[in-house]
Design a protein around this ligand. Structure first.
Ligand code: NAD
Length: 434
């Protein structure tokens, strides 16, 4: 706080060329933040405020496992910034969750909401556990105890979670129920990505993939390429990847490879996306899919294609493999799939990157619509949801593209510049409470 009241004249920008920890998502986020802050000539005080999360809560989650043994998991919730509205951000269940990852994801949520100009701040949560080895009952007990542990941060006006990797509508239903039991009445606006029957929005499940499809369509149009016949490679075949693949296919693209944690499948003629989705529905993963030759998750990224859509986890395109990426467009369905060091390599190669905070913002946009519908108690048709999502994605893409041309920077830096300037302006207007 003292630092904020006594701004110094010197900003200590970490060395932009230092990517010693390119695997660290928080550093990857900060490297991009620093570049945009420098170009915006951000005031030193604001720079310091925006480099730090507002609040991070870490809780122990004791859970009675089905075996009768007690296991203690760790849960994290990071509220990065709430200057523009309630914090918004998903909850991830994964054995590789780290504090820095959650902080980075929370910051990305802040910038993402600002890029598409929806009135939310950013947050993220994670529980370090291996959900794939846990029963439904164990997952429910983890969810409820985690919710109880972070309940002071939650609320429709303060912090609104959503699903992320390895969490889904069912997890959101347990979270909403636990919160509602604590406050004594039903509060469906406390989370988004809920089942439709309990206030979920039509179109939310498909929203992130749909947003990726729209962003890809805009990028192709910008490059003067038709949708029809464009070859697409999708890494990660969960909520984001499978729906983006399905919608791109419906728009006339040819999906030539898909992958998930069990491996990849390639077909020059094109993958039957509907069949791949049905396979995952019946078997949980793509393992055993017979619609193409097998290919590794590393090699799939290096395939010759028009559009590469990483939709799994962070840091899959790094300084180690960026030079071998052959796609014309990288549409970042996942959060943080490209390391900061890889950005420059992709730029040099002329790859058009639609950055995560723009490309996958369709999810949080329809989450916002869900929250609006919950709070007004009036529900929209799927057509209305999709039309409004399309309008926001198309306009946001155009705004970022305009800024990128104006400042002669890539789309990522332009997105950060747009987002940071919007968040910084609100901070400036609100001032610092002493
Ligand atoms: P999901 O759990 O539904 O799917 C993840 C997919 O990635 C699965 O197919 C999984 O098998 C695959 N995967 C996991 N590890 C992998 C690996 N090492 N190599 C290849 N594939 C691997 O998750 P999701 O909701 O689709 O999220 C995917 C990414 O998109 C995450 O980065 C998430 O933060 C981001 N995202 C999701 C949303 C959303 O609305 N769901 C919104 C914005 C961003």
């Amino acid at each position: 706080m003292a630092d904020l009241l006594l701004p110094t004249n010197t900003i200590v920008h970490p060395d932009k060329d230092r990517f010693l920890h390119e695997e660290n998502p928080f550093e990857a986020m900060m490297a991009r933040f620093d570049r945009a802050a420098e170009l915006l000539d951000l005031e030193p005080g604001l720079y310091k405020v925006l480099r730090n999360p507002e609040k991070t809560v870490i809780v122990s989650i004791p859970v009675m496992m089905d075996s009768g043994e007690v296991e203690v998991f760790t849960g994290i919730r990071c509220i990065y910034n709430t200057s523009r509205g309630p914090a918004k951000g998903g909850i991830r269940f994964d054995k590789n969750v780290t504090l820095d990852e959650v902080k980075a994801l929370a910051a990305w949520m802040t910038w993402k909401c600002a890029v598409v100009n929806i009135p939310f701040g950013g947050s993220k949560g994670g529980v370090i556990c291996d959900p794939l080895t846990m029963s439904i009952g164990e997952l429910e007990r983890v969810t409820r105890r985690y919710t109880a542990g972070i309940i002071a941060t939650l609320g429709p006006d303060s912090d609104v979670p959503a699903p992320d990797v390895n969490t889904n509508e069912r997890v959101m239903a347990w979270l909403m129920d636990t919160y509602s039991m604590h406050v004594g009445h039903t509060v469906n606006a406390v989370t988004t990505g809920k089942p439709i029957a309990m206030g979920g929005s039509l179109g939310r499940r498909e929203a992130t993939g749909r947003g990726c499809m729209i962003a890809t369509r805009e990028a192709l149009a910008h490059l003067g390429l038709p949708m029809k016949g464009r070859t697409v490679v999708v890494q990660g075949f969960g909520n984001v990847g499978s729906i983006a693949a399905e919608l791109l296919h419906a728009e006339g693209c040819k999906v030539i490879a898909v992958s998930d944690r069990t491996g990849g499948w390639y077909s020059k003629k094109g993958i039957d996306v509907t069949k791949a989705i049905a396979h995952v529905r019946d078997h949980q993963t793509l393992e055993g899919f017979d619609g193409g030759e097998t290919i590794s998750n590393e090699k799939i990224l290096e395939l010759e294609c028009d559009v590469l859509l990483p939709a799994a986890l962070e840091n899959v395109i790094t300084t180690k493999n960026a030079a071998r990426i052959k796609a014309k467009i990288v549409c970042e369905g996942a959060n943080g799939p490209t390391s900061a060091g890889a950005d420059a390599i992709l730029d040099e190669k002329g790859v058009f990157v639609i950055p995560d905070i723009l490309a996958n913002a369709g999810g949080v946009t329809v989450s916002y619509f869900e929250w609006v519908q919950n709070r007004s108690g009036y529900y929209w048709s799927e057509q209305m949801v999709n039309e409004r999502l399309t309008e926001i994605m198309v306009n946001s893409f155009a705004e970022v593209l305009k800024l990128s041309k104006l400042h002669k920077v890539n789309m990522r830096t332009a997105s950060y510049m747009l987002a940071i300037s919007r968040v910084a302006m609100v901070h400036k207007l609100r001032g610092i409470y002493a």
